[in-house]
Design a protein around this ligand. Structure first.
Ligand SMILES: Cc1cc2nc3c(=O)[nH]c(=O)nc-3n(C[C@H](O)[C@H](O)[C@H](O)COP(=O)(O)O)c2cc1C
Length: 413
């Protein structure tokens, strides 16, 4: 991994993680993830964000100082945009090597750093509008954007270059090679990182969409010419592309999203499965795309991403021990925990003697205040008969009609 110059006097250092680990202990990284750190060099040197403390990762970062002909001891300021360990785990090892440095951090961050790390290093608390002059025309200005993932989050802005060091905001999954800038990626690669961005957003940031909207509003006042996030590409050719994408993702929190349905289904003996074909036929006849995930086979990480950008959700699952097919209940519970609200929904499924899936579904929706809007369910005893299949087709078409009507109109992604 090579260090590289972002722009005059600003450098990107980075380490890749994955694919063998789960991010946050939950989310698969089939394409890895990058952890970016940035050096800003005026008369004094600042490092913004960092990496985790896993084997060899801090050392990867230190080796990149050497590539740039710089010394770790030259760092005067360490800016912690937020204290999550994937960006701060390295601090202990850094403190052992570094010379005379000061940590710049929010008040909440200082409190958290104390709780996580027993570090005897000087902390300077900064707040929105504070700045530090590094000399040689380089300055760091801080803006708090609390709860964009963690409560202590801030961004750091360098006015002479218009660089926004955004930490988790504007991040994506996906490891990076030695071409980490949007101007070095072709359209297919950019779209790849945008898809990894959706999964990152839905898995990591979605819950904090209201603070994301507030942060986006705050950042509108800045002349951002480069977006330098803690994960994924650095956007210097078209920084608005990732900003617009995040605006879009945050807007999906209200419910209406793309004109798309995610169909989630699970079945023990194939009776519920028979409902899928007419349902899919109906949705397609209504002119709407469907993405299908079987549970428990599909990973919740992909399901979250798909549902996040769907205006409609179709659910197909049987009754199991007087309740819902358990893997579907788990999935719906997770969708509720992530705050996925206001989806247009249709449920179908088979039962044997009592039913119960629908009752549990209603409970989950109420428990998590999901406010999903349901069409009349198509529930059948045993295998579906011709009338059920016809009804499924009709309801699928009706779902598609409503989805089209409610989806967000302007959809560049
Ligand atoms: C382990 C098990 C538990 C079940 N529990 C119930 C139940 O509590 N109430 C009910 O109405 N049907 C129950 N059923 C019947 C199923 O809901 C029924 O067989 C349905 O057709 C299964 O749909 P599938 O073929 O899509 O898996 C149960 C079936 C199985 C195998």
């Amino acid at each position: 991994m090579q260090a590289s110059e972002v722009t005059d006097g600003i450098y990107r250092l980075s380490a890749n993680i994955g694919p063998e680990i789960l991010f946050e202990g939950i989310w698969p990284l089939p394409h890895g993830a990058s952890m970016n750190s940035f050096l800003v060099k005026g008369e004094q040197v600042a490092i913004i964000d960092g990496v985790c403390d896993w084997d060899g990762v801090p050392e990867t970062l230190y080796a990149q100082f050497e590539q740039l002909g710089m010394r770790i001891e030259d760092v005067r300021y360490v800016v912690i945009n937020h204290t999550e360990p994937d960006h701060t785990g390295w601090l202990k090892s850094f403190a052992n090597i570094a010379g005379n440095f000061e940590v710049l951090i929010t008040a909440k961050g200082a409190e958290l750093a104390k709780a996580f790390y027993d570090l005897d290093v000087p902390l300077r608390v900064v707040k929105s509008g504070d700045s530090v002059d590094l000399g040689n025309g380089k300055k760091l200005v801080f803006e708090e954007i609390p709860n964009v993932h963690w409560p202590d989050t801030m961004v750091t802005y360098e006015p002479s270059t218009g660089t926004l060091f955004a930490c988790d905001a504007f991040g994506t999954f996906g490891a990076m090679d030695d071409a980490p800038y949007d101007d070095q990626l072709d359209e297919a690669q950019l779209q790849f990182y945008e898809r990894e961005g959706l999964r990152y957003y839905a898995n990591i940031v979605a819950k904090f969409s209201i603070p994301v909207c507030k942060a986006l509003e705050k950042l509108q006042g800045l002349d951002v010419r480069i977006v330098a996030p803690g994960h994924g590409p650095v956007w210097r050719k078209d920084p608005q592309r990732i900003i617009r994408l995040y605006e879009r993702f945050a807007a999906f929190a209200k419910g209406p999203a793309k004109p798309k349905v995610t169909l989630l289904w699970g079945s023990m003996y194939g009776n519920t499965e028979q409902a899928l074909a007419p349902l899919l036929e109906g949705i397609a006849a209504g002119g709407v795309e469907t993405v299908v995930h079987q549970v428990p086979q599909s990973h919740i990480s992909d399901i979250l991403a798909s549902v996040w950008e769907s205006t409609g959700v179709a659910l197909a699952m049987p009754t199991y021990e007087y309740m819902m097919f358990p893997p579907m209940a788990e999935v719906l519970d997770e969708l509720g925990r992530k705050g996925i609200k206001n989806k247009l929904t249709l449920r179908t499924g088979s039962y044997g003697w009592s039913g119960g899936a629908q009752k549990e579904l209603d409970e989950i929706i109420v428990r998590h205040k999901m406010n999903w809007c349901f069409l009349e369910p198509v529930e059948f005893r045993g295998a579906p008969v011709a009338d059920d299949l016809q009804m499924l087709r009709q309801r699928g078409e009706e779902l598609a009609r409503q989805v089209k009507e409610n989806a967000l109109a302007d959809n560049p992604n």
